[in-house]
Design a protein around this ligand. Sequence first.
Ligand code: 5MM
Length: 341
Amino acid sequence: MNLDELNKVACAMVAPGKGILAADESSGTIKKRFDAIGVESTEDSRRDYREMMFRTNEAMKNNISGVILYDETIWQKAKDGTPLVDIIKAAGAIPGIKVDEGTQALPNCPGELITVGLDKLAGRLTKYYEQGARFAKWRAVIDIADGIPSYACIHANAHALARYAALCQAAQIVPIVEPEVLMDGDHDIDRCLAVTTWVLKETFQELFTNRVSLEGMVLKPNMAIAGKKSKTQASVAEVAEKTVKMLKECVPAAVPGIAFLSGGQSDEDATAHLDAMNKIGGLPWGLTFSYGRALQAAPQKAWSGKAENVAAGQRAFAHRAKMNGLAALGQWKADLEKKAA
Ligand code: 5MM
């Protein structure tokens, strides 16, 4: 393992004003997204949609440091025959790959999930590296409800994340470690804060036990935020303050960067929260975005599967990428959204 090289890639992933495009929806998830805009999900439509984003030069050059791809996409070619990976690299962004194989029910833990995909991962990582991937992503899913999460679920997922991260680094690939505490429930921000703190502490303990080099990884956490069904939604300032305090307590300064997931927040909330945290300042790590839905909802709607809408889809993508790039610097203003509308 060349740790200097891993660290260089990790730092580039969280470079100032840049963040990550999570375009790694598995076939089931992208179908759901396309269903919502009335587009049939086929190999070609998925390719056309992703090609549209990867060819948005302004966004890709200025605000996107890397793209998380799904297995299908990393091998796909654009309409003109150019590998999609080459389009991403030509724009100056880094190709990455989702390597987990989804979730399964965790035995003896009703309602809880374990992420799978460790078997044969070493061989898959070698092939992804040859194909140009320089970072990878593995997502653990922790739900909050009555009586859950259990320690068994938190521990099993933290252990799998650490095993994955160690395998990545051995293959010279930077692991994005993503323990996602879902915001689907009716819990308040303090319950999310307590559970996420527990999850992060356990994750870093397992990373240590498995000898993962913190300098060569990126953390992708959720923010401390109330569940979507909670009657008490926290203000932007409260989300920012509590999330920053939590991260300072849980994430060692050796980690080069933290890139949030959006988790079902509205586009503008995800941007406002990130911006407010960077405005607090004095952080030991880069703090940026690795958004899926919060970067893609607008371009998906604008594109709606029609070739004549590609320019509109690219404008919508460039706008969200720019807003989040500013938020990563703590320089976003709500007015900038209105001006673009
Ligand atoms: C883009 O969605 C990713 C893949 O999800 P599935 O495996 O369920 O298809 C997902 O892992 C994503 O990278 C993260 O959850 C962040 O995305 P959001 O939409 O929460 O920002």
